[in-house]
Design a protein around this ligand. Structure first.
Ligand code: NAG
Ligand code: NAG
Length: 349
């Protein structure tokens, strides 16, 4: 408002030279300076209370991210190793060569959404509720196949609109396997190596793609490793990447990432595999939830019978080995409430 007022004064004094005798110009300049000063301090004050695209609201807490991924995420050594490195690398430069694009792969409940929310929490003050974090789910946002052309325009305008407002925006695409490939192609220009598009720089943004794609192949690999007695932690990223790429080539469903140009044009920064969770990992999730849902205090002893009881409510695959939780840690919360609130959960309270 102040800027507009002072600009108006300057314009008026320029287009009517008869009026602009020297002293008036001087006064105008002073008014303009004071105006913009007031505007600047108003802006600074406003940004103390209302989210702004600055480091008060975009906290980029790498230490916090590292700590959270180590202490809260169970059984995902490849994720812990890779995610922090990529994010740190991207944030370090104020002018990265392209947007950061991480593609998370794994079965249900193994932590893809959980890691996304940990990233959001440690990069943005309001986490997933930040106006600069956008969670886009195919089934929720794009349910009707017939509306594809409309959805494409909408997705484009969301990305452009939001990155114009804040170049450090983060987009989380959930259930990418359910996105029509051509809809994902819309994202391509924004994650490419362009300096800018239409005057907007897209290279500081972060894109996360979450999908079950390749999850079964990852699980198969983990099972084979286990059967041959090799420790899970010895699995290297390159082992899993090979599997993911071959599943990409052989994919027979025409939705999702594998058929989009994002893959063929090599614009994904990294493929991050999430392994299926074993009983030991699920036990840790159970303990975390028992504490976060206040059935026990942290530091207090949690009887292993209680954990066993909850574990018994979950199913494990394959039938003979009973090794991996079929729903990862996903259904743990509801099982906990069921067991603990049911009279038969005789411990706790
Ligand atoms: C970063 O996160 C850690 C752990 O959650 C926290 O102790 C620390 O205060 C945070 N730092 C900033 C600058 O927010
Ligand atoms: C930003 O993205 C959200 C979807 O997450 C959308 O609803 C909103 O309209 C977008 N804002 C702009 C300015 O495009």
């Amino acid at each position: 408002m102040w800027i507009q007022a002072s600009v108006l004064i300057i314009i008026v004094s320029c287009i009517s030279p008869s009026l602009s005798i020297e002293p008036v110009t001087g006064v105008t300049a002073v008014i303009a300076a004071v105006g913009s000063l007031i505007y600047t301090s108003y802006d600074a004050l406003r940004c103390r209370f209302v989210p702004c695209c600055n480091n008060r609201w975009i906290i980029e807490n790498i230490t916090g991210l590292e700590i959270a991924l180590t202490s809260k995420l169970h059984g995902q050594h490849l994720v812990q190793r890779t995610v922090v490195g990529h994010i740190k690398g991207h944030l370090r430069s104020s002018d990265p060569s392209k947007a950061l694009v991480l593609s998370f792969h794994g079965l249900t409940g193994v932590g893809k959404n959980f890691v996304s929310s940990i990233i959001a929490d440690n990069l943005y003050k309001d986490g997933l509720r930040s106006p600069y974090v956008h969670l886009i789910s195919a089934t929720k946002e794009f349910p009707h196949e017939g509306l594809l052309p409309f959805y494409k325009d909408q997705l484009k305008s969301w990305i452009e609109g939001n990155i114009t407002i804040c170049d450090r925006s983060m987009f989380i695409f959930d259930e990418v396997d359910k996105f029509p490939a051509t809809l994902l192609d819309v994202v391509k220009p924004y994650i490419d190596y362009y300096e800018q598009l239409g005057g907007v720089v897209y290279r500081r943004a972060i894109f996360l793609f979450l999908s079950n794609t390749g999850g079964n192949d990852i699980a198969k690999l983990a099972l084979e490793r286990w059967q041959s007695g090799v420790s899970r932690e010895s699995l290297e990223l390159s082992d899993v990447e090979k599997i993911l790429m071959s599943s990409a080539i052989n994919a027979d469903n025409h939705n999702g990432l594998w058929h989009s140009q994002l893959i063929s044009s090599q614009l994904i920064t990294a493929y991050i595999p999430f392994l299926p969770l074993e009983k030991t990992h699920v036990r840790k999730c159970i303990v975390d939830y028992l504490i976060s849902r206040k059935y026990y205090s942290s530091g207090g002893d949690i009887p292993s019978e209680v954990v066993d009881k909850i574990l018994k409510e979950l199913t494990f695959d394959p039938p003979t080995e009973q090794l991996f939780s079929t729903t990862g840690c996903k259904r743990v919360v509801e099982k906990i409430d069921y067991v603990m609130l049911d009279g038969t959960g005789d411990a706790g309270h």
